[in-house]
Design a protein around this ligand. Structure first.
Ligand code: GUN
Length: 290
């Protein structure tokens, strides 16, 4: 591995977060209230607790006010919808994020549908997804948006390139494919039923791995000169975090690769800050500042 083929998500995320912080500071100096982000955490899943805590820290550092709701794992659907409704009606809240996955007895789709589309900083509401699918993105889901910013900041030209997305989730795979399509890639979506995965990934200029299976993609799947974006965060029995890509095998051949941790993960949080700042701008009717 050469230093130069490492895509520094951590560094780029810090840069985005600093831009958001400066924007928030400017708005507050102009007399606007600070942006507000509401996070809803149901139950006590340790991974979700860590993710939400990291989101709080980032918000605080950016000058965004946290509104946190911690709800018991056995809350009823109606109880959860009532909390969402209160946040929808709270003027100080610009963004609402309900950490997924939810306990099995809750209807995730109904909860996502209940979030005011103006506050949909996760970009999961059907109004946001349909805008993305129509090529007119509004709020874009944070992880795939983070991958796009990472590619852009690294100066990787996507125009006309072959991109393979491995994984078809609503949170990453599907929106990722649409964003790459919007950037003029020829896009293939592979998944758990794909036959001969390597025959697809070997032809790719860009591979985005978002399957949730530890170190599943190896040097058999990746050709020399391919840019590899690893969305996976898998905790091994040894407690170590590993991606969906076997970094030791793939990094010597890849043109560029994101590490785990320190690649896509920090970008997800940075894009949540960006989306919250965007929601705040729109809700307060602040003119384009760029
Ligand atoms: N769980 C894993 N990723 C995400 C995300 O981006 N947003 C929410 N709300 N839950 C998640």
């Amino acid at each position: 591995m050469t230093e130069s083929n490492l895509l520094d998500g951590k560094g780029i995320a810090l840069k985005v977060r600093e831009q958001v912080r400066q924007q928030v500071e400017k708005r507050v100096a102009q007399g606007h209230r600070a942006p507000g982000l509401a996070t809803v955490l149901v139950g006590e899943d340790p991974a979700s607790q860590v993710y939400v805590r990291n989101k709080h820290r980032a918000a605080e550092k950016a000058g965004i006010v946290n509104f946190h709701k911690e709800l018991p794992a056995d809350i009823s659907q109606q109880g959860l919808l009532q909390v969402i409704d209160e946040l929808n009606n709270d003027d100080a809240v610009d963004g609402i994020l309900c950490q997924l996955p939810l306990p099995k007895h809750l209807d995730e789709d109904a909860v996502i549908m209940a979030i005011d589309p103006q506050k949909d900083v996760d970009g999961f509401h059907p109004q946001s997804t349909s805008a993305l699918y129509q090529g007119k993105p509004n709020f874009v889901p944070c992880t795939p948006k983070g991958c796009m910013v990472l590619l852009d900041e690294a100066g990787i030209d996507l125009n006309g390139k072959n991109a393979v997305v491995v994984g078809r989730s609503h949170i990453v795979g599907k929106p990722m494919a649409h964003l790459l399509l919007g950037a003029n890639c020829t896009v293939t979506i592979c998944h758990s039923r794909t036959q001969d995965l390597a025959s697809h990934t070997r032809k790719a200029d860009v591979v985005v791995a978002a399957v949730g299976r530890s170190e599943m993609l190896t040097d058999e799947h990746i050709s020399e000169g391919t840019v590899v974006i690893d969305v996976g965060i898998n905790r091994g029995e040894d407690g170590k975090l590993r991606g969906d890509v076997d970094f030791a095998k793939v990094s010597p051949v890849a043109k560029a690769i994101t590490p785990v941790p320190g690649g896509v993960g920090p970008m997800t949080i940075a894009m949540l800050m960006y989306n919250t700042c965007l929601a705040h701008q729109r809700r307060l009717g602040i003119e384009d500042e760029s």
